[in-house]
Ligand binder design. Sequence first.
Ligand SMILES: C[S@@+](CC[C@H](N)C(=O)[O-])C[C@H]1O[C@@H](n2cnc3c(N)ncnc32)[C@H](O)[C@@H]1O
Length: 331
Amino acid sequence: MSKGKDILGTDGQRCAKKRARGCYFTAGLANPFALLPFKLWAKRAGLSQMRLLEPFAGRGDILHKLASVGLLSKSVKAYDLTPAARFIKKRDTLRNFPKGFDVCVTNPPWLARNSATMRGLSFQYGCVHDDLYKHALELCLLHCGYVAALLPESFIRSFTRFPLFYQRCEAFVSLTGDLFCDTDHPVGLAMFVPTLSSDVRLYRNNDCLGWYNSLRDCIPVANRQKKMRFNDPNGALGLFALDNTKRASIRFCSAREVADYNIGVSSRAITIIDSDFSITNKFISKVNKELENFREKTHDVFLTAYRGLRSDGMYRRRLDWTQAKNIIEMV
Ligand SMILES: C[S@@+](CC[C@H](N)C(=O)[O-])C[C@H]1O[C@@H](n2cnc3c(N)ncnc32)[C@H](O)[C@@H]1O
């Protein structure tokens, strides 16, 4: 085998192993634990006095980041299936979760079930969720009162389905800093408490965006009486459904404007919508106004984020067909 092929093979294997174990270290320049919402949670948890657990510690980057802002407890234990530092103990914490800790701060392994199936990776541990991080988070919450976890930013849109996650979540921070060196997956920091909380405070980095329930009230909902078909070349309404790399650019337009794009049946970024009502320029401006309102009021937290930041420092967002339908129906 040539050297190039050998290197590619080794990298490929390393990459597959990394993916299988959800092994991305929190080694970027940004420190989410220096943010105000984390400091407030840490104070409430009495973090520096408590028994702290990092159950998926990797190389210990999270503990180093906590230490750098003076928030590392005196009593700390760190574990990993494949420890990458001497002070971390080898343990399969998904099978045998450590007990007797008050606080857990971690970034658990992330592995989506569909991505594991597609790549032939094993999806084990009796996980009933669509992603391994949810299984890991469930274990953390079952065994520790206070939990802070770095999770995919999409967690905020799915967590109402899981009472355990929602009821104990006190705050969620959408993070746009440089968290990881080897992935630019959109990420958030969820903070949980032992008691039930009636609402969740949302932040973007240090900025408070509001309460989850009030923001959710600003999502357009409609009674779905109009017929609409997406990705239908006979339609009169166009939609650029994905932000460009520079700014928030999702917008409705006339179908003529998008006619030159190749829109297939499964197109998700640009579409033509056919409907049984007439599309005028006035209607298009109105739906765009409604879209703008929705984005402004909800700070985009309910729109799917894409990898990589726009040049204005925010995540690229996508409007899905249900959200687009609701906005159109509102108008
Ligand atoms: C996303 S990485 C995060 C590492 C570290 N928490 C950080 O933020 O830098 C997830 C870690 O979980 C570990 N891991 C995966 N499956 C595990 C298991 N069953 N038991 C313990 N650790 C596991 C991986 O080895 C990896 O180091």
